[in-house]
Structure formats: structure tokens, C-alpha cells
Design a protein around this ligand. Structure first.
Ligand code: PLP
Length: 387
């Protein structure tokens, strides 16, 4: 059966050019970058070349890039590493209620270590008010962490405005750019951030690799202790093949970013309009304009997102409810609840995230299959008033 993949926010297929770049490092070029002999030096050269590719894509210096095992570790390092290294300066962190769990869980952990964390609210479209950041700042605030764009609803935050407020106050700003690298401009100086997390598998690279950008002179201490790799910031033998793939994926993303967004944006709009026009009792989650070019997230009253996903899967369509990371969790999405969506409504949400291989035919296929699925599920729902 024809398969249509529309869950690119969960993960993306590896780009063929990325696979090609990685292959030698899964085979004959197996050296450890810390070894002094030829095989080691060859691996070191590959890691440093990838560091330059990543730095170039972010408009950063290679010495500001620290490779990690992906977005989760980059976020943990940003939050825990910065908080601990600046403990003497203060004990207060500001973040938002809609962050990924990779930021929220380290915040909860830091609270147990004695830090105080402010979780800023968002408006009904998922936007953080920069003035809210200003008001929440205290003399003991050491770090503000606001994601660039939300992984569930695609809302893009006003990072530049938040950055000027943080700069004025002399407080570090971290952004989780896991969903925006490869989709939007993530040039660190334009955004004005001190720390920025990226994950390779969201931009046609391999899983299990990514990086934390750390602006020069930002005080961060490593959280993985051991052999002292990554200039003592992240111990552990480097994932050479993964890092090489990440570098190639970032270079491709920087080159194709505009083209990729221009490809998916009209498909996104066709999907949103097609769904809202043809299916009653349906609302868009997130901001209509300030949203990722590939993100569609809609909620259908009276039914369950899980059931919609399963039925779409039977029709060959891969989509998700809320976020992939919480799809085994039956609690309503913390993001939708923060927007003020009622829990029973939040459960009826569906996320479709487009990618470079999706076509207008794919969109039209979804628009053909979805309405009867929704109608069928509502016909079985005791909550549906239209019986
Ligand atoms: N941050 C955001 C916004 C994400 O969407 C994800 C993954 O879903 C992560 C962090 C975690 O990244 P990784 O899967 O590389 O650990």
C-alpha cells in the first residue's frame, strides 16, 4: 500500500547525501578521534570538519559547538550545565509552560537542587509575551530558556525581542531550536542567543546526535564526566559517523532551507484550509501566521486523536497526536492545556508535519481520507451531539 509520511516533527528520513557521507565512518574509517596515530587523526579531522559545517550553518565559531547525543542532551547541558556553573551569581531560571520535556524535566530537577524556576504562561495561540520575561526577571536570574518553535503546535516565539530584554539584564538566553534548524533562520547572532540546541534527526540527519551552541565566554559546566572530550564539556568517545552525518545534514539544510520552507508552506496551507472547510467542529491549534512552515495541528471535538491516527495508519498515512515523545502517555498534552484548551478537546488533536518528499497529491489523499474517518469516529462517540 502507498505510504504517506507526515510526521517530520517526530523524525525525518536520512537524506541520501548524508548516508553517503557517513558510510566510510561505519566501515573502514573506524578510528577513535582521541588516538594519535593515522586512524585516530583521520577520525579527528572528520569530527572537526563537521564542527565547521555546523558552525557555518549557525553563523557561529567552531569553538562554540559542542556535539551531544541529540536535542535532549543539548537541552540538559544548557539548563543544568549553565545553572550549576552560575550558582554563585544566582538561583533563578525563567522558562515557559510549553517547552519540550527535555527542558521541563531538567528544570524540575534543578528545583530539587534548590533553584527557583518561573514557568511563563502563553496566550491562546501559544505565544510567550516578551514583556512577561521582563517582569519575571530578578537580580538572581541566571538563565532564560524559551524554545524557538514548539514541536506540537508549531508556534514560533519572538526570540529576538526576548533576546534584547535578556541582553539588557545581562542574563543568558537559551533556545531549543530542534524544530527550527533546517526550517527557519537559526543564525545565532540574528537570534541573539547565548545557547542553542539542535538535533540531527529532525533535519534529515541521523538519530542520536546533535549539538549545543555555547557563545564564547558563556559559563557552562559539563554534566557528563569522564575522559574530557569536547573540551571537557562532554565526555565520551565521539559518535564519529553520527557527527559526520550531522555536519552534512546541517550544510544541506543551510543550503536548502528557503527551498524546503517554500515547498511545504503551500502544502501546509492547503491542508489547514481543506480540513477546516470540510470538517465541522474543528479548530486549528497554534498561531495561524507565526507557525512552522510544515506544521498542521488541528483538534476535532468529540473524538480521540489516537483513534484518528490508527485509522489514518490503516489508510497508509503516518501522523501523530500532539508530540511523538508523549504518544505513549495518555495525559492531555501540557502544551494544549497551557493554551487553555479543555482536556477533553486536547485529546482530539492531530498533528501532520510535512517534509521535502511530500506532494500536493499526498495532501489531497489526506484530505480525501480524513473526513470519513472523523465522521465514522463521531458516529460512535457518545459525546457527539449530531446523532
Ligand atoms: N526539543 C524539541 C523541541 C523536540 O521536538 C525534541 C524531539 O522531539 C527534542 C528536544 C529532543 O530531541 P532528541 O530526540 O534529539 O533527543
Amino acid at each position: 500500500m502507498r505510504r504517506i509520511y507526515m510526521d517530520h516533527a517526530a523524525t525525518t528520513p536520512i537524506h541520501p547525501e548524508v548516508t553517503e557521507a557517513m558510510l566510510p565512518y561505519l566501515g573502514e574509517r573506524f578510528g577513535n578521534p582521541s588516538s594519535v596515530y593515522t586512524e585516530g587523526r583521520e577520525a579527528r579531522k572528520a569530527v572537526e570538519a563537521a564542527r565547521s559545517q555546523v558552525a557555518e550553518a549557525l553563523g557561529a565559531d567552531p569553538t562554540e559547538i559542542y556535539f551531544t547525543s541529540g536535542g535532549t542532551e543539548a537541552d540538559n547541558l544548557a539548563l543544568i550545565g549553565t545553572a550549576r556553573a552560575n550558582r554563585k551569581r544566582g538561583d533563578h531560571i525563567i522558562t515557559t509552560a510549553v517547552e519540550h520535556h527535555a527542558v521541563l524535566e531538567p528544570c524540575h530537577y534543578l528545583e530539587k537542587e534548590g533553584f527557583r524556576v518561573t514557568y511563563l504562561p502563553v496566550d491562546g495561540a501559544g505565544l510567550v509575551d516578551p514583556e512577561g520575561v521582563r517582569v519575571a526577571l530578578t537580580p538572581s536570574t541566571v538563565l532564560v530558556s524559551v524554545m524557538h518553535a514548539n514541536n506540537e503546535i508549531g508556534t514560533v516565539q519572538p526570540i529576538e525581542e526576548i533576546s534584547s530584554i535578556c541582553r539588557e539584564a545581562g542574563v543568558y538566553l537559551h533556545t531549543d531550536a530542534v524544530q527550527t534548524a533546517g526550517a527557519l533562520d537559526v543564525e545565532v547572532n540574528r537570534l541573539g542567543v547565548d545557547l542553542l540546541s539542535v538535533s540531527a534527526h529532525k533535519l534529515y540527519g541521523p538519530k542520536g546526535t546533535g549539538c549545543l551552541y555555547v557563545r564564547k565566554r558563556t559559563k557552562v559546566q559539563g554534566i557528563l564526566l569522564g575522559g574530557g572530550q569536547e573540551r571537557r564539556m562532554r565526555s565520551g568517545t565521539e559518535n564519529v559517523a553520527g557527527i559526520v552525518g550531522f555536519g552534512a545534514a546541517m550544510e544541506l539544510a543551510a543550503r536548502e532551507c528557503r527551498e524546503r520552507s517554500d515547498h511545504v508552506r503551500p502544502l501546509r496551507d492547503r491542508l489547514i484550509e481543506g480540513i477546516l472547510e470540510n470538517i465541522p467542529h474543528t479548530e486549528l491549534n497554534g498561531h495561524r501566521q507565526r507557525r512552522l512552515p510544515n506544521n498542521v495541528n488541528v483538534r476535532f471535538s468529540y473524538i480521540e486523536g489516537e483513534a484518528i491516527c490508527l485509522r489514518l495508519d490503516f489508510q497508509g498515512i503516518a501522523a501523530s497526536t500532539g508530540s511523538a515523545c508523549s504518544s505513549e502517555n495518555l495525559e492531555a498534552s501540557h502544551v494544549l492545556l497551557a493554551l487553555g484548551v479543555a482536556p477533553e478537546e486536547a485529546h482530539g488533536s492531530l498533528r501532520l508535519t510535512l517534509g521535502r518528499d511530500n506532494t500536493t497529491e499526498d495532501v489531497d489523499y489526506v484530505l480525501e481520507k480524513l473526513p470519513p474517518i472523523i465522521e465514522g469516529l463521531r458516529a460512535m462517540s457518545p459525546l457527539y451531539p449530531g446523532h
